[in-house]
Design a protein around this ligand. Structure first.
Ligand SMILES: [Cu+2]
Length: 186
């Protein structure tokens, strides 16, 4: 037998799963291009009409005060000082508009920030160009403690002034405890 042959032990019998024969590949003259694909979805920083800031926050005091005040559940996990309230729309976005969202994390934990309705690109992380592994279209961006990330997104044409989309930390316990907000597209 030629080359590597992975084996699996099952009841002491050896099974061939795959045989790799690289002799043909050695003759290939094809090269991987330096740039595989450029952006084709119109995320143009010059088209940005609005920049918004989102501060991801955790803390005991906010939660205790909110609970004593009889507010909505949670309160320990907030965005811009507010816990999620299903009755509150945090802001309106214009359909077909391009926005930059600056997301910062003042807490002691990393938060994976997720936006509904759009996919986005990471413009920069702490003022530096993103790692190539983060340069594609995304719907979640990790924001470690102390980091500031800027994401750019173009909102689709569909609008509805009543039914909101959410943005939130994607750790279930965090969004459930309030690290979430709502926007509508108009
Ligand atoms: Cu979180």
């Amino acid at each position: 037998m030629m080359g590597m042959m992975p084996m699996m032990q099952t009841n002491n019998k050896e099974l061939t799963i795959m045989t790799i024969d690289a002799r043909q590949a050695q003759n290939s003259t094809k090269k991987v291009p330096a740039i595989l694909r450029t952006s084709t979805i119109g995320l143009n920083p010059k088209a940005v009409t609005t920049t918004r800031k989102f501060s991801l926050e955790m803390g005991m005091m906010g939660g205790m005060m909110k609970n004593m005040g009889g507010g909505s559940r949670g309160g320990m996990f907030r965005i811009n000082g507010k816990s999620m309230d299903i009755k509150r729309i945090d802001f309106q976005v214009k359909a077909n508009s391009t926005e930059i969202w600056e997301v910062s994390n003042s807490s002691m934990m990393a938060h994976p920030f997720h936006v509904h309705n759009v996919q986005f690109r990471l413009l920069d992380r702490n003022g530096k160009r993103p790692d190539p592994s983060e340069s594609g279209l995304k719907d979640v961006v990790l924001v470690p403690p102390g980091d500031i990330v800027r994401i750019i997104m173009k909102f689709p044409e569909y609008s509805d002034a009543k039914v909101p989309y959410m943005y939130h930390c994607h750790i279930l316990e965090h969004e459930d405890q309030g690290m979430m907000g709502q926007f509508v597209v108009v």
